[in-house]
Design a binder for this molecule. Sequence first.
Ligand code: NAG
Ligand code: NAG
Length: 306
Amino acid sequence: MSSVKVMLVVSLFIPAVRPSSDLWKLECLPTVGIFAQTTVIRCFFKDIKDINIVAVSLSKAEQKEPFFAQDDSKRSGDPRFSLENLAVGPSLQISDTMFSDEGKYVYRVVTDCGDKKIQLSISVTAKYKDPVTSTWPEYVTDGGPVSLYCNATDGYPEGFIHWFDRSGTNWTINSELTKKTKDISGVKSVALSSKLTFKSINLDLAPFRCTAFNSKYVQDGENTLEITSARIDVNRDFSGSNTTNIIAGVMVIGSLIVGLLFALLCFRKRKFHRYETGRADDDDDDDDPENGDSSLEKSQQLTLKL
Ligand SMILES: *[C@@H]1O[C@H](CO)[C@@H](O)[C@H](O)[C@H]1NC(C)=O
Ligand SMILES: *[C@@H]1O[C@H](CO)[C@@H](O)[C@H](O)[C@H]1NC(C)=O
């Protein structure tokens, strides 16, 4: 009890003695930005009402040069950074957040009531896309083996995929999650692939649902996996279409053969005809001369071509 009293007395007396900047506090909330979106770093003054910001500067820890600075209306440094709603407090805003913005910063705020320095830390995440699903094999037999896949990409950092059946039973524990991290010129992403394998599936459990979570277990996306069953009538349909195919094939080949035979017949007839008209040329025109000539021409063309 007595120590509390002493503290109270001390805290009552110290403000009067110390410089004015110790009358108030500067606080900033931990910030998680989303890649390619606008991030706001919420900062505010505590224990003071009448205070005006004169200048701010933001430096990356271990770097002398400020990353961003604003003095009245003069801005310098990274143009993606700005002060957000100056009237309310010294909150910062980053437009088009990048992974390189991650890290620790020192933020200095100068006011008409003195100045303050505070440590900031920014982390950057990326949202996972809605998962895509597939099964192997594509057509599943009730009671047969199957692997269900659920893949979520373009998120960061590493997340999770959970599985549920139609009644909401959690199958996650039976699944296997693989993660592949990519960094393409500073754009980080993780591809998640979850595999849920059954030696003998009960199709009454379908449809399955898989959910993609970010690293903080916040849901990013979800998808429902329908299972296409390989039933007998499906097979029958297949054999039916096979028979039609065979019949169609036979018909095409058959008509080709008939056409070929016909063409051969015509050719031979013309050859014979030419021979006959050639002999009868000297005597008289018992046959149609025009017809004979044209057929002669045609067969000559034909021999030329051949
Ligand atoms: C998911 O990923 C696995 C493993 O990389 C792959 O075998 C499967 O085809 C993928 N499925 C889809 C729908 O992309
Ligand atoms: C499902 O199971 C996983 C792994 O056992 C667990 O982490 C998760 O919290 C469970 N989810 C629900 C909704 O019960």
